[in-house]
Design a protein around this ligand. Structure first.
Ligand SMILES: [Zn+2]
Length: 314
């Protein structure tokens, strides 16, 4: 099979060099369907993931409009990652995109439909608050080499970091260092509840580590903050079925945890989803680097991606 080079003529920058990953671009073999309640809007939506040609990347399709899963379409929003384009918005894309990036679904069309309303806003179903169901369904559907319009396979490129960089906000930071493989080390600190200080480190693209160690880690929240978030119009669909909840006085309200450090692992799940927004033309989104994050969140993750993205503009 001839490999198509034209699509992959990606420009490198001072910070990033695009290099062969040793793999070819993939898509899913069969459609994947899921539906359920959404976390923030508290509505019901359905998602269908369809195979797509090499070089097309990942994109959402909602209300007859396409929204590329790219940092250029990411919008700041509290407690989730939102994509918007041409008057339509898709919230809470991070867990689905995390599963797609980690499992190697490089090209796909993600159709989303609101079950009971025709709003210009939609949201990906929260499911159990993790990426487990997405990973199971992707594994069941299977992956195939994606072909371009001419029927050729396409080499998958990966963005290698050339020099150390960091982004900061108050006492939160992301620092990334050149490395021969993708390595993530994440730290969180919630001294007011039983979560306390946790660190977790892994190479998410190796040896099914993501599927085994990260995918089933659920969204978490602090019970004492729930009312405040509800007052802000958030987590209308939140429940003990789609998040693990920790109270300052009572500890975990819905044990058992899947891992003692499940909250920290969930932050890595979120980070992989947010970093996937750097992907373009079906190539890898996760920068090849050792990425160290302390007390990060979606806004800081997005700032990091914007920082490396901006290096292509100067
Ligand atoms: Zn999350």
């Amino acid at each position: 099979m001839a490999l198509s080079g034209a699509l992959n003529a990606l420009k490198s920058s001072k910070l990033i060099s695009w290099k062969p990953s040793g793999r070819i671009q993939q898509t899913i073999k069969r459609c994947v369907d899921a539906n359920g309640t959404t976390l923030h809007l508290g509505k019901y939506s359905t998602v269908r993931i369809l195979p797509e040609l090499a070089g097309k990347g990942r994109y959402f399709y909602f209300n007859s409009k396409s929204i590329p899963a790219s940092i250029d379409y990411a919008q700041d929003s509290p407690l989730c990652t939102t994509l918007s384009n041409d008057g339509v918005k898709i919230r809470t894309v991070e867990h689905l995109l995390s599963a797609l990036e980690a499992m190697g679904v490089d090209n796909c069309r993600i159709e989303i439909t609101n079950f009971d309303s025709d709003d210009s806003d939609s949201e990906v179903p929260i499911l159990d608050g993790s990426a487990r169901e997405w990973v199971d369904k992707i594994e069941k559907a299977g992956l195939v080499a994606a072909e371009d319009e001419c029927g050729n396979g396409c080499e998958k490129l990966a963005p290698y970091l050339n020099e150390p960089i960091h982004v900061l906000k108050n006492d939160s930071f992301i620092a990334a260092f050149p490395s021969p493989k993708v390595q993530i080390s994440y730290g969180i600190d919630f001294p007011q509840v039983a979560i306390c200080s946790q660190w977790f480190s892994l190479a998410p693209l190796e040896d099914s580590f993501y599927a085994k160690q990260i995918a089933m880690s659920r969204t978490f929240c602090i019970y004492e903050e729930v009312e405040h978030m509800r007052d802000a119009g958030l987590i209308k669909g939140g429940s003990l079925d789609n998040a693990i909840v920790c109270s300052a006085s009572k500890g975990w309200l819905n044990p058992p945890l899947h891992f003692p450090d499940e909250p920290c692992r969930h932050k890595i799940l979120d980070l992989v989803g947010d970093l996937s927004l750097f992907a373009r033309f079906g190539n890898q989104g996760l920068p090849v680097a050792h990425i160290v994050v302390y007390k990060g969140g979606h806004a800081l993750h997005a700032n990091f991606v914007r920082h490396i993205n901006d290096s292509f503009k100067s």
